[in-house]
Unconditional design. Structure first.
Length: 581
């Protein structure tokens, strides 16, 4: 079987604009933010906003302080006037398309024309449109029969508009029914272009598939209409909200299944659904490969490969220092990094679940009983190994472990957030990139340096800078593919601060500068000859930045494993160089 995703699936312009506006305000304000009614019709988005301390109420009396947000569907103008009269900060996230229809209704009603709205009378958008008429003649109909039941005079000046997410074909049928009967009819084509595109695309996709999967909130009108279209065309159709619901669906009778999503369905849900569907494809066509993938994903989910990558990088650091490498030190670094990643997974709760890979979340939920001891035990063993090396290595590893554990913990009370501007270290702008690079570089080289028989401080500084740069480049590069998720949870990473294009430029200069620095220091004899092949190795990252966009298209666990293997290759390169003398 094969799954085909519609190109227009997911957030429309109005929904994306509204979510971005509210998340931006959430990151810059400390007073309460409350949306009047659900911002969008998607339960997962509403849950995300709640975890970002953004409230939601259908009772206007509940909004007495802070900032009031007008949802994408809009509200009757008197509601906005009342909120403004209360002296509240007001954020109008009404979709511009909806706002345009409201303006049309208000103006046409003021001119004495009767307004007829094609749509669902209980839908929030239609409620807002009726309110825009300000008590003047305004009616809502769903079909020709309901229109005829109004008993309007054929001489009445009539304006016909549609809910922006209405079914285009049915609206056209109503227009054709009304036009011959009303000489003073004025028709406004108010269905949103994005809605028309999604509906037209799903009709076209239906010609090439045997079944259809629609992703989106069950309370979303435009999502339900997409499902209704394919059902009317005779296709087996399923509507789901999250990827977990796929487990109850049997796709095996179908060779090709189409996938679309409503305008209020966020990209992270679509990505997770498509990732699971691709796995279903693989399990049917290549079962052996699927089993191997699950094994590798388990290694990546537990961060075993990340620990090996850190240990390999520590070996590179020892080679650059020119000191003998000890296996107990390899274990110290590998176990420290493994411990910090595992323990931080358990401290990431609430809003963080929208960012993390769902398969890793599921893995941690299923194996909590043994992953907790693995994370805690690895950390304690790394600290013990530091103690075994000496006082200074022990203090370095202990301090790094304490800071690493506290990184995701809320150390600042909420009442003090207005003073400090953050509650966790990870909330600081670009803290993830700096903390990861600093911790890896510090633990990977300083403990070994202080137990070496000879100490070359210049080599220490240069080796530390190398390790800091390569781990920092790794962190920023991965964040390029996590921008949408980081924005959702309010995490300010380098790509979000500078933007994707400037970030890629920064990476290019960093990689080329690091490679040039390795060539120069090797030529001057400040670093051993290993710096030459390492310069070539680091230029491989430049090729990834310059010519690929694979991180954005790859499942998180697979992407993380490839990056970890890149560091393991550096360790093998250093090992080969030492064996060659």
């Amino acid at each position: 079987m094969k799954f085909v995703l519609a190109e227009s699936a997911g957030f429309c312009f109005g929904v994306r604009r509204a979510v971005d506006m509210v998340l931006s305000e959430s990151g810059s304000r400390h007073e309460r933010i409350t949306t009047y009614g659900p911002l969008v019709h998607n339960p997962q988005v509403i849950e995300l906003l709640k975890l970002r301390d953004i409230g939601c109420t259908d009772n206007l009396d509940d909004i007495r302080s802070g900032m009031a947000v007008i949802r994408t569907h809009g509200v009757p103008p008197p509601v906005i006037e009342e909120l403004s009269a209360r002296g509240l900060a007001l954020l109008d996230a009404t979709c511009p398309k909806v706002r345009a229809v409201q303006t049309t209704v208000e103006r046409q009603a003021a001119e004495g024309r009767t307004i007829v709205i094609f749509g669902d009378a209980e839908h929030p958008e239609v409620v807002g449109l009726v309110g825009a008429a300000r008590g003047r003649p305004c009616f809502v109909v769903r079909d020709e029969a309901e229109f005829d039941a109004l008993g309007l005079s054929p001489d009445a000046p009539l304006t016909l508009v549609a809910q922006t997410t209405a079914n285009r074909e049915r609206y056209q049928q109503l227009i054709e029914h009304v036009q011959p009967k009303f000489a003073r009819l004025e028709v406004r084509h108010t269905i949103c272009n994005a809605t028309e595109l999604k509906q037209e695309e799903v009709r076209d996709l239906a010609k090439h598939v045997q079944a259809m999967l629609v992703v989106g909130g069950r309370n979303s009108g435009n999502t339900r209409r997409l499902a209704a279209i394919t059902e009317e065309l005779g296709l087996p159709t399923w509507q789901i909200e999250v990827a977990e619901e796929l487990e109850g669906i049997d796709f095996t009778p179908y060779d090709k299944v189409g996938v679309t999503a409503g305008a209020s369905t966020p990209s992270w849900i679509i990505d997770r659904v498509m990732t699971r569907l691709r796995e279903l494809e693989e399990e049917e066509l290549r079962p052996g490969r699927a089993r191997a993938r699950r094994l590798l994903e388990a290694l990546a989910a537990t961060h075993a490969t990340t620990g090996l990558a850190a240990g390999s990088l520590a070996y590179v650091g020892a080679a650059l220092l020119g000191v003998p490498f000890r296996f107990d030190f390899f274990l110290l670094v590998a176990l420290y990094v493994l411990s910090m990643h595992v323990l931080n997974r358990f401290t990431e709760t609430g809003v963080d679940k929208f960012r993390d890979d769902p398969k890793r979340q599921t893995f941690y939920r299923r194996h909590t009983l043994w992953l907790w001891p693995v994370g805690l035990g690895s950390g304690l063993v790394s600290i013990w190994l530091g103690f075994h090396l000496g006082v200074i290595p022990f203090l370095i590893v202990l301090a790094a472990s304490i800071v690493g554990v506290l990184y995701s913990v809320r150390v600042v009370p909420k009442s003090w957030m207005g003073v400090f501007g953050f509650r966790r270290l990870k909330d600081l702008a670009a803290s993830k990139n700096v903390f990861i690079a600093s911790a890896w570089a510090l633990v990977s080289i300083f403990p070994l340096f202080f137990v070496a028989e000879t100490r070359d401080w210049r080599r220490l500084i240069l080796a530390f800078l190398f390790l800091f740069m390569v781990t920092g480049i790794r962190s920023v590069f991965l964040d390029l593919s996590d921008m949408a998720a980081d924005r959702l949870v309010g995490r300010e990473t380098v790509p979000l601060i500078f933007g994707p294009q400037r970030t890629r430029t920064l990476l290019r200069f960093s990689i080329v500068g690091l490679a040039a620095g390795l060539f120069v220091t090797a030529a001057l004899g400040w670093l051993p000859g290993l710096a030459w092949p390492l310069a070539v190795w680091i230029l491989g990252e430049f090729l990834l930045v310059e010519f690929t966009r694979w991180p954005a298209k790859m499942a998180t666990l697979k992407r993380d494993m490839i990056v970890d293997l890149h560091f393991i290759v550096a360790g093998l390169l250093a090992l080969t160089w030492r064996w060659a003398g």
